[in-house]
Design a protein around this ligand. Structure first.
Ligand code: HEM
Length: 433
């Protein structure tokens, strides 16, 4: 029974758009047993929830889909955290946790980080440009965002791979059904990440620097003599872990879907090659059309009516940014991917209101850099034949599982049969998008 529910949930997560269309056509809200929540799918309803944070609390925003086994929980008990973080807090506490992030990710600070992001993007592309083929998720998309946010936070670059890995393992542990041994291994990786973050937090408490880790530590513990107190250590690690996961997994996912959709719509890829000025619009359209964060939860704090549905206090909602972005009342031809839309309407891929994404500017910058780099350096890029694309079963980091790409390279180097000539036709198959 539980397996059946998980299979159904996987199917829904790999291709949620038919469900969204059904929810938008329904009267009132649709109750979705697989999500164990009311689905909020219309643009106007999603905005209404986000405008009323006092009635629609974020306390359950990150509610896991899976409860780890007792043995995995025991491993996690040896780590840090377990405190409400910015995305799961309301009211004053939320504002206290959000303030240093808004400062540290301001447009000016993002602009200052851009040269480093550009340099890393170029170096990653250098690593495979001569090969004629790559699996983009592992060689690029999973690497750039971690390097960039790691730098802004102030992590030692040598620690970044372990921290990025720990973030992916935290997601698996809390959102995928894993066998017990795997759960324990994932919990160990999460705890290893937390110890690195704790080391960083304790260091910044006694040796402040010009970085985001220092600002986070200062926001959770008054400066004092000696060591960062235990409570401050837990808070700082929870906060850092949440920020890092919010910062890299989402951006990784959107890099994957953006490249996927541009290459699946060849005319639009070719257009971008001729008109790089359209790259910012292409990034916005990719975020609207198939966003990384499809939705987060909310819980009602008192009885409230939404879209004509009466909800009691404690009702769980799944607020689907990804569905709102396909609402025809807001976006004409919502199911068409079109980077040349006239006066595109504002989408909700980065949320809205009190909890709107603090890293949107940083994410957009990395997306623009990526598309610039790939269209300029690998103009003949294509989806590789024989590698049908499957989307990951997740509502919070929607992306291709793998993205195999090919392009022509100079003679003597690797070329895939039939794809050596620029303009040769080869397109992988996309399923469940
Ligand atoms: C493509 C990449 C990204 C997407 C699609 C995305 C999407 C979102 C969305 C939809 C929300 C609102 C959640 C809600 O209302 O409950 C959000 C919040 C947040 N995002 Fe992002 N995000 C991205 C990148 C980033 C980056 C790069 C960072 C940090 C460097 C970041 C940090 C955060 C944080 C801390 C919050 C919580 C804000 C709050 O609760 O006040 N995100 N993000």
């Amino acid at each position: 029974m539980e397996h059946e529910l998980h299979d159904k949930l996987d199917e829904l997560m790999r291709g949620p758009y038919p469900l969204y269309a059904r929810a938008q056509a329904a009267e009132g809200l649709l109750r979705v047993p697989e999500l164990d929540a009311w689905l909020v799918a219309r643009d106007a309803d999603v905005r209404e929830v986000l405008r009323r944070p006092l009635e629609f609390s974020s306390a359950n925003a990150l509610r896991p889909d899976v409860l780890p086994s007792p043995a995995a929980l025991e491993v996690l008990a040896g780590g840090f955290g377990g405190r409400p973080v910015v995305v799961t807090s309301d009211g004053e506490r939320h504002q206290r946790l959000r303030a240093p992030l808004v400062r540290a990710l301001s447009p000016a600070r993002v602009a200052a980080a851009a040269p480093y992001a550009r340099e890393r993007a170029a170096a990653l592309v250098d690593g495979f440009a001569e090969d004629g083929r790559v699996e983009l998720m592992s060689a690029y998309a999973m690497r750039l965002p971690g390097d960039v946010i790691g730098r802004i936070v102030g992590l030692d670059p040598a620690d970044v791979p372990l921290v990025v890995h720990g973030g992916h393992r935290a997601e698996q542990l809390l959102f995928r059904p894993l066998p017990e041994a795997e759960q324990i291994a994932a919990a160990e990786d999460v705890v290893a990440m937390q110890h690195v973050l704790d080391r960083c937090a304790r260091d910044r408490y006694v040796r402040p620097r010009e970085d985001l880790a220092t600002e986070i530590v200062a926001s959770v513990a008054e400066p004092g003599q000696g060591e960062l107190p235990p409570d401050g250590r837990h808070e700082a690690v929870a906060h850092l872990q949440n920020l890092l996961i919010a910062g890299h997994l989402t951006t990784t996912a959107l890099i994957g879907t953006t490249v996927l959709h541009l290459l699946s719509h060849r005319d639009q890829w070719e257009l971008l090659r001729e008109r790089p000025d359209l790259i910012p619009a292409a990034v916005e359209e990719a975020a609207r059309y198939d966003g990384a964060l499809q939705g987060f939860r909310r819980v009602t704090t008192r009885p409230v009516a939404l879209a004509g549905t009466e909800l009691p206090a404690g009702a769980e909602l799944f607020v689907a940014f990804g569905a709102a972005n396909r609402d025809a009342l807001r976006h004409p031809r919502p199911d068409t991917f079109d980077i040349t839309r006239d006066a595109p309407a504002r989408h909700l891929a980065f949320g809205f209101g009190a909890h709107a994404c603090v890293g949107a500017q940083l994410a957009r910058e990395q997306l623009r850099i990526t598309v610039e780099e790939l269209t300029r350096r690998l103009p003949g890029l294509r989806l590789a034949e024989g590698h049908p694309v499957t989307m990951r079963p997740t509502m919070i980091h929607r992306s291709p599982e793998e993205l195999h790409l090919t392009w022509p390279v100079a003679q003597g180097r690797y070329t895939l049969p039939g794809t050596a000539l620029p303009g040769a036709s080869s397109c992988g198959t996309v399923t469940n998008t």
